[in-house]
Design a protein around this ligand. Structure first.
Ligand code: MN
Length: 258
């Protein structure tokens, strides 16, 4: 296959040894002249968009163009784009995460943050996730979908400021453009006692009840359909503009009912 990109950067939040990373890098190799992989040296799931700024970062080239970094996914993208490469990569791809990144989880996701950091640096970017119980076949399917969306980005057919969050349920045969949903259930907070009798807390899984929304990412995945959400950095609530503006200029203090 003819390469349509010079360089693609692949990262993840599951660490340099994660199976999803290898499958994704291999798939990107079918459309890029060079695939450079930079991933955390250990699992960083849930690290979100953290940047390591209070200590130095080390990277180890574990194989040619394969780098393990003692930091977050965002650190990995910065090191490669701002440090290692003279020219920015044509695309940043993050994943394949075992476990969907839907709705509120997008905020906590290190996988999505890897793509978001690429986007912040002006590079077309996408994140890709599949089911938590992903096997080799599920990873391959997700990688094939990632290549499809990589093509859309690389061919410049999406000329707006966005990056993509792709979730691939195993066996999916079609895709749907979705919006980021909202979770209805809260995380379980576990309260336990350690072997020395001292209490500790552990934030557990949030459960998978969602606010009903047929257009949301979780709805597509629940139907076995690939969800692709165009995300943006600007989290401004535009609906609040007029109301807040009116409140701010009127004599009553903000927040008081009029
Ligand atoms: Mn992960």
């Amino acid at each position: 296959m003819e390469p349509i990109a010079a360089t693609i950067l692949v990262t993840n939040d599951d660490g340099i040894r994660a199976p999803g990373l290898a499958v994704l890098a291999e798939a990107m190799g079918t459309i890029a002249g060079r695939v450079i992989v930079a991933a955390p040296d250990r699992e960083q799931s849930g690290i979100a968009h953290a940047l390591t700024i209070r200590r130095p970062l080390r990277l180890e080239e574990v194989a040619p163009d394969r780098f393990a970094v003692d930091g977050s996914p965002a650190d990995c993208v910065d090191l490669v784009v701002l440090g290692l490469l003279d020219e920015p990569p044509d695309l940043v791809v993050s994943g394949i995460n075992p476990g969907f990144n839907l709705g509120d989880d997008v905020v906590y996701s290190g996988t999505v943050a890897g793509a978001r950091e690429g986007h912040m640096l002006g590079i077309p970017s996408l994140a890709v996730s599949t089911a938590f119980e992903a096997d080799e076949r599920a990873y391959r399917e997700a990688a094939a979908w990632a290549v499809r969306f990589a093509r859309v980005l690389l061919e410049g057919r999406l000329p707006v400021r966005t990056f993509l969050n792709v979730n691939v349920p195993p066996g999916a045969e079609r895709c749907r453009v979705t919006r980021q949903g909202r979770r209805a259930s809260r995380p379980a907070l576990l309260r336990r006692t350690d072997p020395k009798g001292k209490e500790y807390w552990w934030i557990g899984l949030a459960g998978s009840r969602w606010e009903p929304d047929g257009d949301a990412d979780h709805a597509a995945v629940a139907e076995g359909i690939v969800s692709v959400t165009p995300l943006q950095l600007d989290a401004t609530c535009r609906e609040a503009f007029a109301r807040l503006g009116a409140l701010a200029t009127c004599p009553t203090p903000v927040g008081e009912d009029r």
